[in-house]
Ligand binder design. Structure first.
Ligand code: CP
Ligand code: NVA
Length: 320
């Protein structure tokens, strides 16, 4: 057990839980999920399988494209003995105006859980309210909790701890940055977000993580100075400058975010053993240079791989 909380070992008990933002999980539950992901990963590498989700079905609704989320959830369900249904939002009646409430009530009759990737976060909140089965956020405009859980697994693997590390995110104050801040605050990891003026994380999220951090000891900072932010970082993280749905702003953002690129002119300020993370997909020579993302500090593919393991841990805990 990696749990360093000095709490008594207790079984993870989140059966039936919906995961929309990460706020739903306690510090202990997050550590337990990381621990379970590492166990499942080890088992898989040694050829062991456990069909803990036999007979269970996950519906996966996608209103935006995906490689990692789609394949890791589908493969994860199959590996655990269950099945997954890929549903393109436009092919559902939802895409023709059927209400979220009706969709939630109908799908609740057929499957055991729904994973959804959508735009407005309010949509998933409404889905969770109307459904009688667990809902998992596969990314909204505001949050990407499954990504942040995989990020914690990866950071733990490379640093052997979470608490007290300095995580620095350079770039857009977007969905990925929000979930990362919540994850860091929950586990007591210090987190600095550096972004251009006007592209900071949402005020409400900053307030939330400061509140969580005051209890766990995590120091959360938001700054417009990338050089100050990166100094002594253990982990550097970035994401695309224009997220899905912001394609029309792509050109403008390339200029606005110029100083926030992760490159060797800035990484020398980080600790010499810093690790680089990116949720992917990446745009080389925009938010990160090829030298860094394809270089010795990068763990982005290990990170992408951990989506599978932590989501299996999550599915097993929610549905098992
Ligand atoms: N990181 C991530 O969620 O990737 P996909 O968009 O490919 O699912
Ligand atoms: N911020 C990115 C993350 C992609 C996984 C987006 O929303 O497009």
């Amino acid at each position: 057990m990696i749990n360093t909380l000095q709490t008594k070992e207790q079984p993870l008990n989140i059966k039936g839980l919906s995961l929309l933002t990460l706020e739903e999980l306690s510090e202990t539950e997050i550590y337990q999920l990381v621990d379970s992901a590492l166990t499942l990963k080890k088992q898989q590498k040694s050829g062991l399988t456990s069909k803990t989700l036999e007979g269970k079905t996950l519906a996966m609704i996608f209103e935006k494209p995906s490689t990692r989320t789609r394949v890791s959830f589908e493969a994860g369900m199959i590996q655990l003995g269950g099945s997954a249904l890929y549903l393109n939002g436009n092919d559902l009646q939802l895409g023709r105006g059927e209400s979220i409430a009706d969709t939630a009530k109908v799908l609740s009759q057929y499957v055991d859980a729904i994973m959804i990737r959508t735009f407005a976060h309010e949509k998933i909140v409404e889905l969770a309210k109307q459904a009688s089965i667990p809902i998992i956020n596969g990314l909204t405009d505001e949050h990407h909790p499954c990504q942040a859980l995989a990020d914690l697994v990866t950071i733990y693997e490379v640093k052997k701890k979470l608490k007290g590390l300095k995580l620095v995110y350079l770039g857009d104050g977007n969905n990925v940055s929000h979930s990362l801040m919540i994850a860091a605050a929950k586990v007591g990891m210090n987190c600095t977000i550096a972004c251009p003026v006007g592209y900071e994380p949402k005020k409400q999220i900053i307030e939330l993580v400061n509140d969580i951090g005051s209890k766990t000891g995590a120091e959360i900072k938001v700054t417009n100075n990338p050089f100050e932010a990166v100094t002594d970082a253990d982990i550097l993280y970035t994401d695309v400058w224009a997220s899905m749905g912001q394609e029309s702003e792509q050109e403008k953002r390339i200029t606005v975010f110029e100083d926030f690129q992760v490159n060797s002119k800035i990484t020398y300020l980080a600790k010499s053993d810093f690790r680089f993370l990116h949720c992917l997909p990446a745009h080389r020579e925009e938010e990160v240079t090829a030298e860094i993302i394809d270089g010795p500090h990068s763990v982005v593919f290990q990170q992408a791989g951990n989506r599978l393991h932590v989501q299996k841990a999550l599915l097993q805990a929610i549905l098992g």
